[in-house]
Structure formats: C-alpha cells, structure tokens
Design a binder for this molecule. Structure first.
Ligand SMILES: Cc1ncc(C[n+]2csc(CCOP(=O)(O)OP(=O)(O)O)c2C)c(N)n1
Ligand code: SF4
Ligand SMILES: [Mg+2]
Length: 244
C-alpha cells in the first residue's frame, strides 16, 4: 500500500502531554516538517519556552536549549552571533514573548538579529492556569478576568506583531492561525519562509505569530476553540503579512 502521510523524522514518536485540541502539537509538527523539508536538522538549534511548550525538546528531534521565561531572543542573539552557521529559532508563548519578554523581542528585532521566532498566541497564560495575558481579547473570560477583560481595568490587547513590523530590523512578520486545515497549511508556508530567510542569510529577524487554540482555558471544545480563533481572535489580530 502507498504511504500518503507519515510522521516527519524531526517529530519524535512519543505520547503528547498537551490537552486535546491544543495548538502546540500542531505547531511543533509544522516546524518539524519545515526543518526536514529544508534539510537543516543537523544545524538547527531551538529554544524552548517557559509555558505549556516547556517540553518542546521532547518532541522536536533537534538540539534544543531551555531558557528563562521571556529571555529567548536574548539567548538566541548570543547563539546566532557565536554560531552564525547554525539556524536558531525560539518558540515562545504570548505570556513569554508579549508579557515578561517584551523588551527582549523588541530589542532583538531592533538590532536585526538573524534569528527566527515562532510566537504562539493563545490569548492566555496557559501553563499557570489560564490567567489574562497582554493578548487576551476584550470580553474574554480568564482566571483573572472572571467578568471578561475590560479596557478600563485591564487595557487593550497588545498587538506585538504590528509593533515589531515598524522596525527595519524585522525583515519578515506574518500572522497566521491554526483554525482550519487551510489555515494550518498557510501557517506552514509562513514558518517555512521564516526559516528560509535565515538559511539564505537574510539580515534581520523573522517572526511568525500563530493564533493557537487553548480549549482548556478558553473552556471550549476543541472544535469550538478553532471557530473562536476566527470569530474573536482574528478581529483583533488580523491574519496576513505585516512586513517583508
Ligand atoms: C521569570 C518567571 N516568571 C513567571 C513564571 C511563571 N510562568 C510560567 S509559564 C508562564 C506563562 C506561560 O504563558 P505563555 O507564555 O502564554 O505560554 P502558554 O502556556 O500559554 O503556551 C508564567 C507566567 C516563570 N516560570 N518564570
Ligand atoms: S492549557 Fe492550553 S496551551 Fe496548555 S496544553 Fe492545555 S490546551 Fe494547550
Ligand atoms: Mg499563552
């Protein structure tokens, strides 16, 4: 029988710790496929976040390092500058990149660091219990906004990709979503382009923001969470290329 679909080699064959319907596993797979398609597995080094994807190194069969919450772009800077032939990517949640690590990502982009950032925006701090993140949308109920996020009390959702897109050192910024098979295919194209730029030696930072479901802390079924990305998240975080 002809094999039409199989696990890509960079994705390890192991049980997942993610909740049913979580986007992290899909994002891992896309990254693994891109690494295999670009044939860069032996020279890629990933940076795992603090967050639900803290165990990303259990799934991705490339060299990986774990760094403190939010500090991935700073560590990636050192790794790339000392190992320019390596392909360096960070994998960061929205709590990681858009809260505690805001300064790191802005300055890494501003310095035009030649790194690739995969930014998983699920609109909550997942690992710590579903608290509000800077990316939580208005009206969204979280553990710390039981009546829904309200601009007067908690401010507006932070659109980090739009902020980064004004910096000349950010050469490619695209926002995509894991809300349907078609969107997942587009997300893979964006991730591939971001890695390709680094492989080609492009002089700056590439970032792909991925709107990703967290059914557990959105308190929805996995199917409803996919729909909620399109109905609520994309209104605040429109999809598409912001730079490059
Ligand atoms: C310096 C530091 N501050 C706070 C924490 C607690 N902490 C662990 S994970 C996390 C948030 C994770 O949210 P996010 O980055 O969005 O990842 P997700 O779990 O949603 O994928 C926080 C605040 C920590 N581990 N280290
Ligand atoms: S809490 Fe949310 S982000 Fe974390 S593993 Fe579960 S579904 Fe995924
Ligand atoms: Mg998150």
């Amino acid at each position: 029988m002809e094999t039409v679909f199989s696990r890509t080699p960079t994705l390890r064959d192991c049980p997942t710790h993610y909740c049913p319907g979580c986007g992290h596993g899909i994002a891992h797979r896309l990254i693994a496929e891109v690494i295999d398609e670009l044939d860069i597995r032996d020279r890629t080094i990933g940076i795992a976040p603090v967050g639900c994807a803290v165990l990303a190194y259990d799934y991705l069969d490339v060299d990986m390092i774990e760094v403190a919450h939010g500090r991935a772009p700073a560590v990636a800077t050192g790794m790339k500058r000392t190992n320019p032939d390596k392909i360096i990517f960070s994998y960061q949640g929205d709590g990681d990149l858009a809260a505690i690590g805001t300064a790191e990502i802005i300055h890494a982009a501003h310095r035009a660091e030649r790194i690739t950032v995969i930014f998983i925006n699920n609109a909550v701090f997942g690992m710590t219990g579903g608290q509000m993140a800077p990316t939580t949308v208005l009206g969204q109920v979280t553990a710390t906004t039981p009546d829904g996020r309200n601009a007067a009390g908690q401010g507006y959702p932070l659109q980090v990709s739009e902020l980064l897109a004004v910096l000349p050192g950010a050469i490619y910024i695209e926002r995509c979503a894991l809300s349907s098979p078609a969107q997942i295919r587009k997300a893979k194209e964006a991730i591939k382009h971001a890695f390709e730029l680094q492989v080609q030696g492009a002089e700056g930072l590439s970032l792909v923001e991925v709107l990703s479901p967290c059914p557990t802390y959105w308190r929805m079924t996995p199917a409803k969470a996919m729909e909620w990305i399109d109905s609520h998240m994309t209104k605040v975080f429109p999809l598409g290329r912001l730079r490059g």
